[in-house]
Design a protein around this ligand. Structure first.
Ligand code: ATP
Length: 904
């Protein structure tokens, strides 16, 4: 390939020929074949962890090395059965870990698919949306503002195409792109006829034929951006990995000290070694890493079921700490189903009946009289709405649906209702040029040939207060008159009236030019406009928003609405859903004038921002974060990417969002719904508390065991538990209980608690206090039963009693672990059916160990009498009684008030 002329030095049609493609793109089957040959268009170093890798990951683990060491030591001192059992445990643990992580991997792979980025290509001439990973050489990419370029491609056509290439070249200014060929020698950054993978389209549109995919792209070659997305380890997983190592290290050190002490005290070498091995083993939480990844994976799958797709794993933990949700209004808090219900022209207000996008409805005067003849100015306004429009309406099984911007679709419907048909109008008047809409500009302008003349006319629609600034005239009763202060006042008051009715207002205006005008620039339409009139549309709040706002408040989270819309509209909607704090609305201008601490304070107090641009969003987010808040921020446009990246949780809209916003986000909402953010936070809290349950439970077992062993040693008792017994407790007994604890269903009070402090460790004060109070009980009970069973007379029996007592303690602890401060009766004893099954299984397995000859041989145990069982269960249940008492006394913390309950 190197001797060939590079793509940028080829003409556009030559590059189509060389890729064996056409202007209509590839045929679907041709693309399918190429995908098989070329492989997926990704930069990911590993596409999912294969089974072998997963298995290796299980064995390649310091804790496993320790167990291998224990097995070898047991072998060395002639304890063959112990060595065999430990080896068996290693295999079992690895297999269990493997299957658990396999399941987790499956769940995550499905998620990766859902969170995947997309691209629009021509397949057989038809625009088709496909996953970016499926783009092949020869595909014709359709590029629009907000798209992320899916592969390296040679431009075929471009219309004001602007691309942000900072990810590749470091150049922060967007680069203009045009198709003509350029010199062969030119550096990458100046190849204006090429677009590169992972760069962002910030303006205009274009088409380009793909020439390189995957690792052959410029991005692939510098391999600077190998994405890990959902496979990233969360901070908690990293900390737990460290905790495992620390505990393991401490176990070994302790074991060494014990070994030395015992040898000095004259124990037999075999005994001393087995004691030391048992201590080392008791300190290690073997099951922890696997159960944490499974708990996380099942949790994010539950989130996906509730329409929130996690793209970055650490976000799962951060979600539970969210203190502020900054949300867009349109489409997130409201439904984004716009209907024009009022119009203003010629100084008069009109009503338009009908619902949704169905073009059926009638025009009436303000007092409800039918309008027979469409007034001329109103017709101009409606024509502007149709011609200055990129949306489409189509019928789908009797339902009218909008494609594109819903506000624009509403303008089409409005015109259609009065008999102005899109196809006819657009056929009459072609569009010569366009200044596209952007959230910064807040208007859109198009240039057309003048109707019935040979001049040109620019049609403009946009935010009314912004357009009014550009208007010098207004059209009244067919005449263009000067926009004096009085007329301007009347228009502003009409806008104000609409907005306080929670209506979204847009203005339409025009400006005439001479026939030689064939392009328009923003400067052309930012002065000298003539106002035609106003559209007022209704966009009702989503029903769920009201409940979600109230849930968020209960959960100690501040909802903040940030919108580009008019201040009065914003406030009216905010009032409807309960966001408006003190009734004040802050605008973009206010934000510019404030310093960050004042802004953060104002955001929490008022909760409503209007007329903001994406840069303001960034400032609001930063000011809140500087005050220590954990901020979730929504966004959909290409300019929202910095705010999404900078927020603790960047939330992109799955439906209305651009690919750029999705790529920058930590989480994608598949239903674009504000309530989904609150659900995801709730789920995030549930996941974190489930992790806490699992960690508490496992670490408490380890501490209970260490205490038992050390106390036995200090008192000078025989070894109450052997290494294999301890392994059994850690892996089998605990294993049966931890996975169910990891899926503990949410408790009623999840959203009644304040957000978790992100700096608080998973083992917080409450958990440590509970361990300090309860694990000595575990050790004392086990040793007491051991002592009563008279080890001097029958050591094997006494060990069986101690072993079973320790196991039984875990059965009760599993129920304790379900809540750290609530009685198991108030959350429902049978609330977690999996746990009932898990504990049932643990009991059954213990009975099998104690009462079958195989179990007795492997574990060196003897059968227990009914009386033994009675005392064992009685003793071990003390941990449950004690914990219930502590909870009742409120030692671990107070239960929040249930709604509807009362206190004296
Ligand atoms: P949010 O920020 O909550 O999504 P928004 O959609 O109102 O709200 P923007 O998209 O930034 O925010 O729009 C700002 C303003 O620009 C709108 O209030 C409207 O008046 C105007 N506007 C929106 N879409 C268009 C469009 N396609 N053409 C012209 N003007 C538009």
């Amino acid at each position: 390939m190197s001797s060939e002329i590079p793509w940028h030095a080829l003409e556009a049609d030559e590059s189509l020929k060389r890729t064996d493609s056409t202007e209509d793109g590839l045929a679907a089957d041709q693309a399918g074949r190429r995908l098989e040959e070329q492989g997926p268009n990704t930069l990911e170093a590993e596409e999912g962890a294969g089974p072998l890798k997963l298995l290796v990951r299980q064995v390649h683990n310091p804790l496993i090395y320790l167990l291998v060491g224990a097995a070898v030591l047991s072998l060395a001192v002639g304890k063959y059965i112990d060595a065999g059992v430990i080896a068996g445990v290693i295999v079992l643990n690895s297999l269990l870990g493997f299957f658990q992580e396999w399941r987790a991997e499956g769940a995550l792979a499905a998620l990766r698919q859902m969170g995947a980025l997309h691209a629009r290509v021509l397949r057989g001439g038809e625009p088709t949306e496909i996953e970016a990973a499926q783009v092949v050489v020869g595909d014709v990419l359709l590029l629009e503002t907000g798209d992320r370029v899916a592969a390296d491609a040679r431009l075929l056509s471009a219309d004001e195409l602007q691309v942000d290439e900072s990810a590749l070249t470091g150049e922060s200014q967007p680069v203009g792109k045009q198709p003509p060929r350029v010199d062969e020698e030119i550096p990458v950054a100046d190849r204006k006829n090429m677009v590169w993978m992972s760069t962002n389209v910030t303006g205009g549109r274009g088409q380009a034929v793909v020439v390189h995919v995957g690792m052959q792209t410029q991005m692939g070659q510098i391999a600077g951006e190998v994405r890990t997305t959902v496979r990233e380890k969360t901070p908690l997983q990293k900390r737990m990995h460290k905790l495992g190592l620390v505990l393991g290290g401490a176990g070994i050190a302790l074991a060494a000290v014990v070994l030395a002490l015992e040898l000095v005290r004259g124990y037999r070498v075999v005994e001393a070694v087995m004691f030391a091995v048992a201590i080392a083993v008791s300190a290690i939480p073997e099951g922890l890493p696997a159960v944490i990844s499974v708990t996380l994976a099942l949790g994010v799958r539950r989130m996906a079921d509730r329409h929130a797709i996690i793209r970055h794993m650490p976000a799962v933990e951060t979600l539970g700490s969210t203190t502020v949700i900054c949300s867009d209004k349109t489409g997130t808090i409201t439904r984004n189903q716009m209907t024009v219900c009022k119009l203003w022209a010629d100084g008069k207000t009109f009503k338009l009946t009908g619902e949704g996008y169905r073009p059926e409805g009638a025009l009436r005067t303000a007092d409800g009289q039918p309008v027979e003849q469409l007034p001329e100015t109103l017709e101009t306004l409606l024509r502007i709405g149709v011609l200055n429009n990129n949306a489409r309406l189509h019928q789908d099984g009797g339902q009218w649906r909008a494609e594109g911007n819903p506000s624009e679709a509403a303008l089409l419907t409005a015109a259609h209702k009065t008999g102005l048909d899109r196809k006819t109008l657009q056929g009459e008047s072609e569009r010569l040029h366009e200044v596209p809409f952007s959230s910064d500009r807040k208007y859109m302008a198009t240039l057309h040939p003048q109707k019935g003349g040979d001049g040109r006319v620019a049609l403009v629609k946009g935010a009314p207060d912004r357009l009014l600034e550009f208007c010098s005239h207004v059209r009244i009763d067919g005449q263009v008159v000067e926009l004096d202060a009085e007329r301007k006042g009347a228009i502003e008051s009409a806008i104000g009236d609409f907005a306080t009715d929670a209506l979204r207002v847009m203005a339409g205006a025009f400006r005439e030019f001479s026939a030689d005008k064939d392009r328009i620039a923003p400067e052309d339409v930012e002065e000298g406009l003539t106002l035609a009139g106003l559209w007022a549309m209704i966009d009702p709040p989503r029903e769920e928003s009201i409940q979600a706002v109230s849930d968020a408040r209960d959960a100690g989270i501040h909802p903040v609405m940030i919108t580009g819309d008019h201040a009065a509209t914003a406030l009216a909607i905010a009032r409807k859903v309960g966001i408006a704090g003190d009734g004040e609305v802050l605008t973009g201008a206010d934000i510019d004038a404030m310093d960050k601490p004042a802004l953060a304070e104002a955001a929490l107090r008022s909760g409503v921002f209007a007329r903001v641009s994406p840069a303001h969003k960034l400032k609001i987010m930063e000011s809140l974060r500087e005050q220590g808040h954990v901020v979730a921020m929504t966004g959909d446009g290409v300019n929202d990417a910095p705010a999404l990246k900078g927020a603790d949780i960047g939330v992109a809209m799955g439906r209305a969002g651009t690919e750029v916003a999705k790529e920058a986000a930590d989480m994608i909402l598949t239903d674009d719904n504000f309530a989904t953010i609150v659900h995801a936070i709730e789920e995030g809290r549930v996941i974190f508390s489930n992790l806490r349950r699992v960690v508490y439970f496992l670490v408490a077992t380890n501490i209970g065991e260490i205490l038992t062993m050390i106390a036995a040693l200090l008192i000078g008792m025989d070894l109450p538990l052997t290494a294999v017994m301890i392994l059994w407790v850690n892996l089998v007994t605990d294993g049966a209980c931890t996975i169910p604890l990891g899926v503990e269903p949410k408790h009623w009070d999840v959203l009644k608690q304040p957000p978790r402090n992100p700096r608080e460790s998973i083992l917080n004060r409450v958990l440590i206090r509970r361990m300090a109070l309860l694990t000595p009980l575990m050790a004392a009970g086990t040793l007491l039963m051991f002592w009563i069973a008279k080890p001097a007379a029958d050591l094997a029996h006494a060990r069986t009693v101690a072993f079973t007592t320790l196991v039984a303690f875990q059965w009760f602890q599993a129920f304790n672990a379900r809540s750290h401060y609530q009685s198991v009766f108030s959350i429902g004893v049978a609330g977690n059916r999996w746990l009932l099954a898990g504990v049932g299984l643990a009991v059954l397995l213990q009975v099998l160990v104690v009462h079958t000859s195989l179990g007795q041989t492997l574990f060196g145990v003897t059968a227990l009498s009914a009386m033994d069982w009675f005392w064992i269960v009685l003793t071990s249940s003390s941990i449950w009684v004690a914990d219930e008492l502590l909870k009742r006394l409120g030692v671990h913390g107070q239960v929040p008030q249930r709604k509807g309950s009362f206190s004296l």
